[in-house]
Ligand binder design. Structure first.
Ligand SMILES: [Zn+2]
Length: 125
């Protein structure tokens, strides 16, 4: 069991490291690199591996291929006309959330469980 857990942690560590490296390269190459995804359900949108493929400092919505999103991360499918190049980055990210995102998600889950426990206690009496 410990070996499986260690392999999982190694997998996560490897993907996080690569994501950080790809994000660093993207910013250095002048990409906006904004990510729409948020670890708490109902906030943000899209997928954890999406990054804006427009140049840093662009105006309007963020875009990756045929999807756009605003600063809150709310995504919309807005395809470009056929034949037009789709904005994309050369580095593919994994879906592995960052450590900060994982912590935020853990805190949110703890809050949900606490609220549910309080609700059950009130309704039990
Ligand atoms: Zn952008």
């Amino acid at each position: 069991m410990a070996v499986i857990r260690l392999r999982s942690r190694m997998h996560i560590w490897r993907h996080r490291t690569y994501n950080r490296w790809a994000d660093l390269r993207a910013r250095a190459a002048g990409y906006c690199n904004h990510a729409p995804w948020h670890p708490i359900p109902g906030q943000g949108g899209g997928y954890a591996h999406w990054r804006c493929a427009l140049r840093a400092g662009h105006t309007g919505v963020h875009r990756s291929r045929n999807y756009v999103w605003d600063r809150t991360g709310r995504t919309t499918y807005r395809p470009l006309p056929a034949g037009q190049n789709l904005p994309d980055q050369p580095w593919r990210r994994s879906m592995t959330p960052t450590a900060a995102q994982e912590r935020a998600r853990g805190r949110w889950l703890d809050e949900q469980l606490s609220a549910r426990a309080v609700h059950r206690t009130r309704n039990a009496s």
